[in-house]
Write a protein that binds this ligand. Sequence first.
Ligand SMILES: *[C@@H]1O[C@H](CO)[C@@H](O)[C@H](O)[C@H]1NC(C)=O
Length: 277
Amino acid sequence: MMSSLDVSLSSLRILFITDLACCTQLPDGLCRLPYLEFIQILRAPAIKRVGPEFMQSYHQHSPRPSQMVAAFPRLHKMELIGMVEWEEWEWEEQVQAFPVLQELMLKQCKLKCLPPGLASQAGALNKLTIYNVQGLISVENFPSLVELELDENLDLERITNLPRLQKLTIQDCPKLKALEDVPALQRIILTDEDMEALPEYMGGINPRHLELYCSLVLLTSIAAGQSGAEWDKFGHVEHVKAYASEGGNSRKWYVLYTANPYSLETNVSHSFMSREP
Ligand SMILES: *[C@@H]1O[C@H](CO)[C@@H](O)[C@H](O)[C@H]1NC(C)=O
């Protein structure tokens, strides 16, 4: 790809790369495509590491005197999916790249940590989606992030310091214990059908909306309102919609709660509640 870049690909805007079966490295000329706006890489099982060569800044020769340009100068959206052996993304804090990246999706890989450069250089990043990333322990310190979607990150323990985060979706992240410093959070959506108690961090955050998909045991305890064990973790949330599934209907049982004025509606039957110890 390198040899032809300056010639025929220089005005490329959208690029899908699928099934890089044997490449051990991502193509390193992509960062210099001046108009590239979207990249999706789908299935690149031999890549273990993405190194600094992927994000090299470069000299622009025209129209003005040579000037350094950050790598991927116009890339808005990137999806890296199915790089199943990918463990390491080396991007130092001061290396300029992805100046206008708004959306990033990482799906099915083993990335152990998000690189420092992503948090400090991708200053336009407002949506981050992380699905099924094994080994990832924390998501923290993204100053511009507005929306975060997390699904099946089995090792994730900590989300902290996301000062602009408004919407957070968490599905099946069973080890998540800490959610802190998210002062702008408006909406949290939690899905885990095995969840039998609300996470402790709920008591320390202040979203306006909570949407919950959980076990019937937990829902029953929420339905008990102030007299239930979960009250301290959700009573302060302005609007709560909570559901438990049965027989393929994900909203078979519900609790709808509003803090002010107080209202709590449910179709969890009293027979369930009286079975609670
Ligand atoms: C509870 O309400 C939902 C939504 O109205 C409904 O689909 C469900 O069948 C109800 N469940 C029971 C057990 O009545």
